[in-house]
Design a protein. Structure first.
Length: 210
C-alpha cells in the first residue's frame, strides 16, 4: 500500500483536503484496489494541533523523519500559520523531498510557505493570487513562473488555490495515475457540474475486479 503523508499544523483548513483523502484512502474509484493509500499524519513535532474547524489531530510522526518511496504523496494543507518561523524546518524537508520521487501537493496557505522559502522561484506554480504572494511573502521572486489557474502541476509539485479543492484533487489523481482516464474525467465532471449523467458515466467506468 502506498502512503499519503499529511502534514498537520495549527489552523489547518479542513475542507481543502476532503476529496484527496477520501478517494485515495477509500480506493472506491481507483483502477486497482492495491493503489489505495494509508494516511500518516506528520508534524513539525508530535504536539496535537487544532484545525480551523476545531478538530484535534495528533501527528503520528515527525515530518523530518519520514522516508517516502516512489508513488507516495505528501499533502501540505492550507492554514494561517505557514509564515510562522516554526515552519522553517518543515519547509526545508519539503525542499529535500522535491529532489526525490515523492509527489508534493500544496494548497492555499501552504503555497505561501513554499513561496516565502524560495521553493517556487524557478518552477511553474499557482496560489490564491499573485498579489497575495507579493504582499505576504517578501522572499518570493517567482512572479514570472506564476500561472493564473486553479491548480498547476510541475513535475512532482502540485500547487492550488484554496478555492479549488476539486481541481487540486484532480491534479493529484492525474499525477499519481491512480484512476483510469474515463473515471477521472467522469469524477471531475460530476464534481464540478453535478449533472446526473456523469454519475452514471463514473459508475460505468469503474473496473470490474473478480
Amino acid at each position: 500500500m502506498r502512503t499519503l503523508y499529511l502534514y498537520v499544523l495549527n489552523t489547518l483548513a479542513d475542507w481543502e483536503l476532503g476529496y484527496v483523502l477520501a478517494e485515495l484512502h477509500s480506493g472506491r474509484y481507483l483502477k486497482d484496489p492495491g493503489l489505495r493509500y494509508n494516511v500518516i499524519l506528520c508534524g513539525v513535532d508530535l504536539t496535537p494541533i487544532r484545525t480551523m474547524g476545531g478538530l484535534s489531530l495528533t501527528p503520528d510522526a515527525l515530518l523530518e523523519d519520514i522516508s517516502p518511496s516512489a508513488g507516495d504523496l505528501l499533502v501540505l494543507p492550507g492554514g494561517d500559520t505557514w509564515l510562522d518561523p516554526v515552519q522553517a524546518p518543515a519547509l526545508e524537508t519539503v525542499r529535500r523531498l522535491l529532489n526525490g520521487d515523492v509527489v508534493v501537493a500544496a494548497i492555499c496557505g501552504a503555497t505561501l510557505g513554499l513561496a516565502n522559502a524560495g521553493i517556487l522561484d524557478n518552477r511553474p506554480h499557482t496560489s490564491n493570487d499573485i498579489n497575495v504572494l507579493r504582499m505576504f511573502c517578501p522572499s518570493y521572486h517567482g512572479e514570472r513562473y506564476y500561472v493564473d489557474a486553479p491548480a498547476v502541476t510541475d513535475r512532482n509539485l502540485i500547487t492550488a488555490s484554496g478555492l479549488a479543492p476539486i481541481d487540486f484533487a484532480h491534479h493529484v489523481f492525474r499525477r499519481l495515475g491512480v484512476m483510469n482516464d474515463g473515471t477521472l474525467g467522469a469524477w471531475y465532471n460530476l464534481s464540478t457540474t453535478r449533472k446526473p449523467e456523469y454519475f452514471y458515466s463514473l459508475m460505468e467506468s469503474l473496473p470490474r475486479h473478480s
